[in-house]
Design a protein. Sequence first.
Length: 315
Amino acid sequence: MSTIKDPRDIMRKGTKILGLFLALALVTATPLVGSNMPAAQAQTTAENITQAQEPAASTNATQTVTQPTERDLDDASAPPSTVSTSGTATTEVRPDQLSVTVGVETNSTTAQEAVILNANLTTQLVAAVRGLGINENQIETSSYSLSPIYEYIVPPQPCIEIYPPPPGCETRQEIIGYRASNTVTVTLDVNAELNAGQVIDAAIGAGANRVDGIVFFISPDTQQQIRDTLIRDAIANARQRANIAAEALAMTISGVQSATLNPIDFPVYSVDLREGAAAQADSVSAPTPILPGQQEVSTTVTVVFYLSTEGSSNR
């Protein structure tokens, strides 16, 4: 026997099935339990985290690098062109200072007597020189010595020439006295009213029997002035020669690589008067003429200049 169901029951069952289906669909689309973040927002946050883990570019490290061209590489590898020249400068100078050395040499049988006699004569010599108006700081002792005087004793009769010689046949030497020597040097300006000849005459008149000589020289201050002038002139001469060479090469001087300065020697002019001292000591009839001459001083420099196809030679 068949049972006829109520249509309202069928509709209620269909509604329950539809509600169950919608509930399952909603569970599938909902995030994990405990999370309040929508699914779409969670995906976007994950992408941001991935991007944050990547290193960010620093704006301060931004640089513009220009790659050198082939021409720049060729110019950088090529050595700069140079020209080496030498310059010379010469001048004629007259010595501005001189020194004259005079002294006393005394002999005696004893050393004490020789020293005392020498001291007295040297004192007279210095007083005579200072009497010319020469200051004490212009006079200085240049040498002093005390030495024995030997005499060789030869046997009165010839002896047999054998070795060793027989007793009494030796040639021996004996001290027969002592010699004391004291010399002083006087320094003067060449252009002063007083000259070397006057110093020599005054010293000999006071008992001097030694005139060792006269030396003409250039004072340190004058040497420095001459040195500075010669260096400037020599460098100017070297640059002039370099400019001529650069012009012939269709180039110009653009700088200096190196410069070498050679030392400057100042010659000393000396007059040896020792041979005529004895004759002058015997008699002084006229002033002794002493005249200085001019001296040549020169220097040479070597300069290496840079050459360029651009710019001015006056750089």
